[in-house]
Write a protein that binds this ligand. Sequence first.
Ligand code: G4P
Length: 289
Amino acid sequence: MVIQWYPGHMAKAKREVSEQLKKVDVVFELVDARIPYSSRNPMIDEVIQNKPRVVILNKKDMANLSEISKWEDYFRSKGYYPVAVDAKHGKGLKQVEQAAIEATKEKFERDKAKGLKLRAIRAMIVGIPNVGKSTLINKLANKAIAKTGNTPGVTKQQQWIKVGKSLQLLDTPGILWPKFEDQTVGKKLSLTGAIKDSIVHLDDVAIYGLDFFKEHDVEALQKNFNVDVDADAENMEWFDAIGRRRGALQRGNEVDYEAVIELIINDIRNGKLGTHSFDIYKEMADEVK
Ligand code: G4P
C-alpha cells in the first residue's frame, strides 16, 4: 500500500492515534527488526508520550540476531519493553502478552491498591506502513481481521480482540508516517521494502545495498549472484558481473543497468542474501543516544 504523506495527513494521523491511545493501557510500537531505529515514526515519542510501551521488533526471521539483542538493550535503556517476533510465521507471540503484563504491572498494582476491579490489559499497535502491523494483528487474533486501510491514522468501527488470557488488542493499527528527511534512512526503508515508491532514487538504493554488503558480508553478495568480484572492486564492475550472470542485457549485449538495480534491490528486500540488519547499533550509538 502506498500512502502519500502530506502535512495535513500527518497531523490527522497523529491526532487520530493520540485519540485512540487514550483507550489503551500499553502501546505496541512495531518496527522492522532489520532497521529498528530507522523504521520508527519521527514523532513517536511525542505521540506515545509516557504511556507504557512494548517495542516489537518484527521480521526477526530476516534480521541479524546479535543486532536485535543490541537494539533490545537500547530500547530497554529507554524504559520500554522490547520483544522480537516473526509475525509471518507466528514466532515469539507469547512474549508479546508477557511484555504487556510487565509494562503495565505498576499501573495495575496501583489500580488494585485503589480497590479497582481488575480487567484485561488494553493495547494497540502503532507503526509506519509495511512493518507488519496487519500480519501481527491477524496472527495474534488467530484469524484474518486487520485490513490495512487507505487512510493514515486509524480506521473506524474498531473492535477488541482477545489475545491470550490477559490482553485485549484493538483490531485496527495506528498508521504513522516514516522518516523522510534523512537520505540514508530512506535508502534503508527502501531496501527493506517499507517504502516501495520512489522517494529515493532506486540507483542510489542499489548502490547503498551493494556498498553495505561489500563492507559487511561480501560473501553473501558473491554467492547470491554467483560472481567472483572483490569487495574493493568498483560498483560498475559489480553491476557488470551481476548483469552478465543474470542475463540482464539489452540490445548489443550491453548490461541493462536498470534491470540490475532491480535485481539487487529485490534480492536484498526478499532476504535472498541471508539475515542482515541495516541499522548497526555501534555505528549509530551516538546518533540514537
Ligand atoms: P502493515 O500492516 O504494517 O502495513 O504490514 P503488513 O502486515 O501488510 O506486512 C507487510 C509485509 O511484511 C507483508 O509482505 C508481510 O507478509 C510481511 N511480513 C510481516 N511480518 C513479517 C515477518 O515477521 N517476517 C517476514 N519475513 N515478513 C513479514 P508482502 O510481501 O507485502 O505480502 P505477502 O507476500 O506476505 O502477501
